[in-house]
Design a protein around this ligand. Structure first.
Ligand SMILES: [Zn+2]
Length: 317
């Protein structure tokens, strides 16, 4: 573990956990959203909740090592949904075996003897960007993460929009095309099934030309690199992706009238190449009064979920 600054007594620290289907990441975070220590493990996704909770406990111990435990106010957990965060129950996480109707919050607070804040991952990342990232100081933002899937979080009037069970903001599953592409959720035609990095890569593979990838599997980064190099097919694939994103973002502006729409997730690494076409598509789909809303890239990168989860402990829900 890397050395870390010694925190003063009574500062108040939080441990944040980003529970994912591939990796579990943990961080010790202070009130300025500084990450003081971090650790990760590959998720034993097929092993069941007891093993995964054991992994979280190990990571918790690693990031807290050498820190006065009385300074640690609690643990914030960002988890894939759907989660009933009002009751603290995982309702059925597709990427984690055995997390059906599982009392995740109670099991963790018992194991760690700590207060636990549980949040859907999209909302958690949205809170991070709102309080410490691109949306700092604004009262109304929509955060959209575009990665393997699409998720999000909505803050309106300085309040996190959670809905009846804490599941609001499942932006990826807005119905987009009637009877369209099959989505990971089991429905057809969701926004995610068209605009996620997975959908983008699928269209590139189906386009079935080499894209200058020298025999390597086609991934999103390879298509963007080919587009940057002037490949006409890659440029058209990037254009198409931006059009889907802009169309979905227009719906979000109509629904929420935010100060700003913030795009995060893996595909936001390519934001500079997407931005122009996203804005053109948005202009074509949004009513004139909504067209001036800024669309920006998230600035906390892969840490927005961790910082949001810590913020739930340090700043409140
Ligand atoms: Zn869906």
């Amino acid at each position: 573990m890397a050395s870390r600054p010694v925190s003063g007594a009574g500062d108040g620290l939080a441990v944040a956990i980003d529970l994912g289907g591939t990796q579990i990441r943990a961080a010790l975070i202070d009130r300025r959203a500084t990450i003081l220590a971090r650790a990760h493990q590959l998720t034993r996704a097929d092993a069941g909740p007891e093993i995964v909770i054991g992994q979280i406990a190990e990571l918790w111990a690693t990031v807290c090592e050498g820190t006065n435990r009385s300074n640690i106010l609690g643990i914030g957990v960002s988890s894939p949904g759907p989660l009933d965060t009002r009751e603290g129950i995982a309702l059925g996480i597709p990427t984690l075996a055995g997390f059906e109707d599982f009392p995740l919050k109670a099991a963790l607070s018992e194991k760690l003897s700590m207060p636990v804040m549980l949040e859907n991952d999209g909302i958690s990342a949205g809170i991070g960007e709102w309080r410490y990232g691109a949306g700092k100081g604004l009262s109304d933002i929509v955060y959209v993460t575009v990665s393997t899937g699409i998720g999000g979080g909505v803050i309106i009037g300085n309040r996190v929009l959670r809905g009846r069970r804490g599941m609001a903001g499942h932006i990826g599953h807005m119905s987009f095309v009637r009877g369209g592409e099959l989505c990971a959720c089991g429905n057809r035609g969701c926004f995610e099934a068209y605009a996620s990095a997975t959908a983008f890569t699928r269209r590139a593979v189906n386009a079935a030309t080499p894209l200058g990838n020298h025999g390597r599997a086609i991934d999103a980064a390879a298509v963007f690199a080919s587009a940057a190099g002037g490949d006409a097919l890659a440029i058209s694939l990037v254009q198409e992706e931006a059009e889907y994103l802009g169309q979905g973002f227009a719906s979000l502006l109509h629904l929420y009238d935010p100060d700003m729409l913030i795009m995060g997730g893996g595909l936001s690494n390519q934001f500079d190449m997407l931005q122009g076409a996203i804005l053109s598509s948005l202009k074509a789909s949004a009513m004139p009064a909504f067209r001036g809303t800024p669309v920006v890239r998230a600035i906390l990168g892969a840490n927005s979920g961790l910082i949001g989860a810590a913020s739930l402990v340090l700043d409140g829900p």
